[in-house]
Design a protein around this ligand. Structure first.
Ligand SMILES: [Zn+2]
Length: 635
């Protein structure tokens, strides 16, 4: 086999296989701050200590120390060598490696997907062209401008128009060399009795793209006043690349904004997304249906820790909707709910009230638990004792689902107040109910992951080394040798190398308790202003040979920043703590020299040492005075 993976190809494979997606097929990941966490597939555990950083494309397990990038993960999990792992990942991303050993069914599936992307891509461009240029698209253009859609929005979402014709698209696809089978596979064309025909006719077309911008399928909206026998919205049928339960409309456009704002806003429909973006709410996506699926929840959890649901009040209150919201929460997301009046949607709301009103509404979003309690209370006549008792039971059932005890206590108080019941009595009932619930949970069989680990073990020898955390005799990880302040400082500068400029004049090799830590700091400093995120990490790791240092970088990457509200202040504080520790070490050293010189009766030297110690103590006082929180990073 003559295959060689060049650095370029390796980078292409890496960039088209998001680590969180690949890991996510083996491990259920939940959002936790900037990272995603789950049960480690490499050792047996009950509480998640396996972390993935989507920003840095690295993983680290706090239990067993397993760490690395997407290639390492596949090699380790599937027990493959690098070349096999690269092939597996290339195939997953639809990258063709010229190896000649793809099985025929694999080849067929890959070719099908490629055809679908191609057909959808051609169709999206063609619909767009028709909307912009065709005389016969005037009604469509008028409709969009009557809805206030700007030409920028129209371009951003690649809006198009499918002509009122049976074969307009068909002929274009044919000219572009697409086989009739390919067209039918895409769902854009159907086979009729006599001939094939276009499925979308006389409709505004909304291409539905994945996060990387590939067109997966379409939504088509009928023009008003026409074809009342036709559904208002028509979606592509399910295909090997289009599955309605896996998509979020607008994710390609909203992705970066969602990451930056650490929040996604979910609306119902296409026009809601387009209008919200036009009004500056760029972190909005649509679920295209109100009962969110687990796939959608997992997709959202990759990008942000918080999801705000913006539906009409009627829809939001429905059981199917609420189940979807619980799914979001079970993926580790913070869920908030904003409701609009019945019959109102974000599109109509914005056009009637403007951006500042919607902003205020989003700011006032209620936590899911509060929202559910409110809904129960709102629908109950609290003057009736038996109805009130029933409402209390419903609220207790909601509260039991809140896993964090402090959060549960706070919402329990809130519910007691809303229900106008005695707080103590109510809290006791919630407690009793959650004890019962906990018991039921403990007796559930927890087989899922142990099975997975076993089957991974059967895949080949060598897994045993990872089934026990910290195999005996293994060297202590570098991280254990560093102070809290050092770990935090390094994770902060790894997150944002430019922060090194703030502390550079304070730090020297002696500031770090281990030279490898200083070495990492230096490497990051050299990258300041040049790279960050994934690029920074792949550049850094390429320059480090030492496994312990690599592992530390992986660990710091998944653990990063997030916690610090004020990164600049935090970094400076860490540096001050490290300086404090360095001065402490220096003073201890001088004190031991002083004891020695006093034993020897060397008066001159003792005096000099005393003075030096006092100087260092003064420095130390000054350093401490500059800290905003002197107790914060002690270890
Ligand atoms: Zn582990």
């Amino acid at each position: 086999m003559s295959l060689r993976i060049t650095d370029e190809l390796k980078e292409e494979i890496r960039s088209r296989n998001r680590l969180e997606d690949v890991v996510g097929t083996y491990v259920t990941l939940k959002r936790s701050g900037k990272s995603l966490t789950g049960l480690c597939p490499f050792h047996n555990e009950r509480t998640p200590s396996f972390s993935v950083s989507p920003d840095k494309q690295l993983y680290y397990c706090f239990g067993c120390g397993a760490s690395g990038d997407v290639f390492d993960f596949v090699m380790e999990y599937e027990r493959l060598d690098f070349m096999e792992a690269a092939k597996r990942l290339a195939e997953r991303a639809g990258i063709v490696l010229d190896t000649g050993d793809e099985s025929s069914s694999e080849r067929k599936r890959r070719q099908e997907r490629e055809t679908l992307y191609e057909v959808n891509g051609i169709a999206a461009k063609y619909f767009r062209y028709r909307l912009l240029k065709s005389r016969l698209a005037a009604a469509a253009r008028n409709y969009l401008s009557s809805r206030g859609v700007s030409s920028e929005s129209s371009e951003r979402f690649l809006l198009g128009y499918a002509m009122d014709s049976w074969d307009d698209l068909y002929r274009v696809l044919q000219k572009r060399g697409i086989s009739e089978d390919g067209m039918v596979l895409s769902g854009l064309v159907k086979k009729g009795k006599k001939s094939a025909y276009d499925v979308f006719r006389d409709r505004i077309m909304f291409p539905i793209r994945d996060a990387s911008g590939r067109v997966l399928g379409f939504g088509g909206r009928a023009l008003p006043g026409k074809g009342d026998d036709q559904p208002k919205y028509l979606n592509s049928q399910e295909t090997p690349v289009f599955s309605k339960r896996r998509i979020l409309y607008g994710i390609d456009v909203a992705r970066d904004s969602i990451r930056r704002s650490e929040r996604a806003v979910v609306v119902e429909g296409y026009m809601d997304v387009v209008t919200c973006h036009q009004y500056g709410f760029t972190n909005v996506v649509a679920s295209l249906g109100t009962s969110l699926t687990r796939d959608q929840a997992q997709l959202l959890a990759r990008y942000a820790p918080e999801v705000v649901i913006l539906y009409d009040a009627d829809v939001a209150g429905q059981d199917a909707t609420l189940r979807g919201l619980e799914l979001l929460r079970s993926e580790g997301l913070r869920v908030k709910v904003v409701t609009l009046e019945e019959g109102e949607d974000p599109d109509s709301f914005l056009r009637a009230n403007g951006a500042s009103k919607l902003k205020a509404l989003l700011e006032s979003a209620k936590n899911l638990t509060e929202y559910r309690i409110d809904s129960v209370v709102k629908n109950t006549d609290l003057r009736d004792a038996s109805l009130k008792a029933e409402a209390s039971r419903q609220c207790i059932a909601i509260l039991v689902e809140v896993s964090d005890p402090i959060e549960r206590l706070e919402y329990s108080k809130y519910a007691a107040y809303q229900l106008m019941v005695d707080e103590d009595v109510f809290l006791r009932q919630v407690d009793a109910a959650s004890q019962r619930d906990r018991h039921a949970w403990d007796t559930l069989p927890k087989t899922r992951y142990t099975k997975q680990v076993k089957s991974a073990g059967q895949a080949g020898p060598g897994i045993d080394r990872r089934t026990e955390p910290q195999a005996p005799g293994a060297e202590q990880p570098l991280a254990e040798k560093l102070t809290k302040a050092e770990l935090l400082l390094l994770s902060m500068v790894l997150d944002d190398p430019d922060l090194t400029a703030l502390v550079d004049d304070r730090l020297c090799e002696e500031s770090f308790s281990h030279e490898s830590a200083y070495r990492i700091y230096q490497l990051v400093r050299e990258c300041a202003g040049q790279a960050r995120g994934e690029q920074l990490h792949s550049r850094l790791l390429a320059r480090v040979d030492d496994e312990a240092m690599k592992q530390l970088i992986h660990r710091l990457s998944v653990d990063a920043g997030g916690v610090a509200a004020d990164p600049k202040r935090t970094v400076v504080d860490c540096a001050l703590h490290m300086e404090d520790a360095r001065l402490g070490r220096k003073i201890a050293d001088l004190e031991s020299q002083l004891r020695e010189s006093e034993r020897e009766g060397d008066i001159d030297r003792s005096l000099r040492l005393r003075k030096e110690i006092m100087d260092y103590q003064r420095f130390r006082q000054e350093t401490r005075a500059r800290m905003s929180n002197p107790n914060a990073y002690r270890s």
